[in-house]
Design a protein around this ligand. Sequence first.
Ligand code: NAD
Length: 418
Amino acid sequence: MEAYDSPAFRMACQQFDAVADHLQMPQAERPRLKYPKRSLIVSLPINCEDGTQKVYTGFRVQHHLTLGPTKGGLRFHPDVTLGEVAALAMWMSWKCALTGLPYGGAKGGIACDPHRMAPREVERLTRRYTQEMIPFIGPQVDVMAPDMGTNEQVMAWIMDSYSMHMGYSVPSIVTGKPLSLGGSVGRREATGRGVAHLVARAADTIGLDLKTATVAVQGFGNVGSVAALTLESYGATVVAVSDVSGGVFNARGLDLEKLAKHLAKERTLHGFTEAEAITNDQVLLTPCDVLVPAAMERQITGDNAGRIQCRILAEGANGPTTPEADAILSRREDVFVLPDILCNAGGVVVSYFEWVQDLQSFFWSETEVMEKLYRILDESYDRVLHSSRSRNISMRTAALCAGIQRVREAKAIRGLFP
Ligand code: NAD
């Protein structure tokens, strides 16, 4: 599977192999479970606002189709590669299986910087990508959702492009849509609120009072900002946050409302004067009770894992912690890790609710959505914690074991076609 070779894919494979070893899975069984089912690479020419044409590269990887359609986000970021998308698709598989959703994992991406493009260019690129993906996606085949660099508007363009092709409205082709197009209440906030809810569970587990707790968040986008605001509403004090431009710190607590206003106006945290400017690396090393990486993969590494100063590491991002860092953290009894496939699962759980509501054309209240979300997250947390403690394995190994085992069982019982 050399086509996928990349740091993120190697990391996902390394995690898989460690869990397979733990499960004493025969070598012969591993490749079918580990490698993506299929992938599509497309070139995407668009007309730019300055009159020139530019060609972008887009990807979609479907990891397995054993349990139902595939599900996973669409990322717009300059560093997107096939290998990164494949790693993210694999993690989606284990996440959906861990939380009991009837999906395999998928992920997509376009190597582009949406913040440096005109909105009309982003729209053309999204529509062209959707057009190229038409043979590869569908409400019963593969359902996209927002991820880094994409949002409700992008989902609306995908839904519109797909519906124009079909000749009728197909809201269930994507989740994370605006409410007016069949989105679900609570979807935009689901990942960040889920992170905060699980942080509260973890705080109970280790005897930490969130009302006196301090929080540092790397990445102040959808996941990071909602996690920060929700943790603040639980009584915690957010002392540091960052985005791609760098971080800000205030030991007495940041004014998140002012920060959000600054961000809405400037589109960057840079230049926020009511706090001390710090680097992204410093945000990760800030002394705090709860550290939420909510940006990119591979941020907590063998280099800094020994120096992070938190009691709960709540992985809002996908793949923020490398296996080398994991080895260090497993020896640090002072840090409780909420692994990504559990910690940020709120997003895909409410995406699943949105898909179900769209298929039924019957919509739920916010109370129903949140009550169902927290029930699934609580049940998953309890199962992972119990497995971690009873088998003396890390929370990450316990979560991955549960996800991988479910897919493994489904593949075994379905048998091998033909
Ligand atoms: P977003 O685009 O809304 O926000 C990303 C944030 O990270 C921005 O503040 C950006 O400036 C910052 N950032 C980007 N590169 C950075 C870097 N090198 N250093 C520091 N900050 C950086 O994206 P999002 O939807 O909040 O996703 C964030 C993470 O959460 C990703 O790993 C994504 O895969 C994961 N995730 C998202 C969802 C979801 O529902 N959106 C669900 C599960 C997991």
